[in-house]
Design a protein around this ligand. Sequence first.
Ligand SMILES: CC(C)(COP(=O)(O)OP(=O)(O)OC[C@H]1O[C@@H](n2cnc3c(N)ncnc32)[C@H](O)[C@@H]1OP(=O)(O)O)[C@@H](O)C(=O)NCCC(=O)NCCS
Length: 300
Amino acid sequence: MATHPYPAELVTAWRLADGSSVGLRPIRPEDAQMEQEFVKNLSAGSRYFRFMNTVRELTPVMLARFTQIDYEREMAFVAVREEGGRETEIAVARYVTNPDGETCEFAIVVADSWQRKGLGRRMLERLIEVARARGLKAMVGHVLAENRPMLALCGKLGFETSNHPEDGALRRVTLALDEQRTHRKPGNAVKRSSEVLPMASDEGSEEASKKIDMEKVAQLIDALERDLAKVRSGSRDVQLLRDEVETLKNVLNSPIRRHHWVREGLHGMRKAFEGGLETAVADGLKAGQYIAEIGRILGM
Ligand SMILES: CC(C)(COP(=O)(O)OP(=O)(O)OC[C@H]1O[C@@H](n2cnc3c(N)ncnc32)[C@H](O)[C@@H]1OP(=O)(O)O)[C@@H](O)C(=O)NCCC(=O)NCCS
């Protein structure tokens, strides 16, 4: 749940080079259905570049995570078009502050029919402005090496590109946000900085620096899947847990096993167990055992 008030001061409107007007605003919990539609309508290629797996639509857990954000730690801008009194999402760009509190990780996707109109660049520039204004020191992204449009866009905005320490298929892009290190020309891209910031990714924090044991995660998922199959309850909590298991399985089966995704999924699962799951627990699911095991894997 969002714990900070909606930042209404960040609502703006733009006119793109082709004359179309676009609204830009921080995402709200009520945008869940619009966000789901947006993801479903993306081409398989755009979805793959954004999510790096074959996800066709967002699970309820992902949807909640994407739309119910903590505006202090995170920001997600949606670009919307209004037609017939109804808003349609045409792009979304977000960052989440890493546990180190100093760096953030970003992601962006523009609807296929709205690509190459300057929207991606403007949204990313806006995201950078907000992250910088909030005192974050660096913005980091993980981009598939084959994603040339994104790498080109990042290059134009001054991101440094390096090999990813975990996945040969990925590149890590990093932008120093520290004012003293970078200079912005009004209305122009951030200049390339020759200085490289200290470690700027989710690997930076103490917790994150402990590598996740993927074998243990796979065993946990297997056990949980078996237990969940025995649970009769069709409650929302149980469904959320099943979705979370499915998402983690996708990540584990993907050639790109992103540790921070797994970590995030495990945190979500732990929260779901801690949040009650009365029906499932009544049906014999050993919440305490799972909470402990997830804690061990996360090194908590
Ligand atoms: C990458 C992406 C966000 C770019 O958004 P966009 O609105 O199309 O980009 P813009 O129109 O603002 O283009 C900005 C620059 O990016 C580069 N670029 C964008 N699309 C490109 C393409 N198809 N081929 C080569 N360069 C491209 C260009 O350098 C371009 O500048 P130019 O128009 O002056 O040549 C968009 O293609 C997208 O959503 N892709 C799928 C999801 C994804 O890859 N997300 C990134 C994961 S973090």
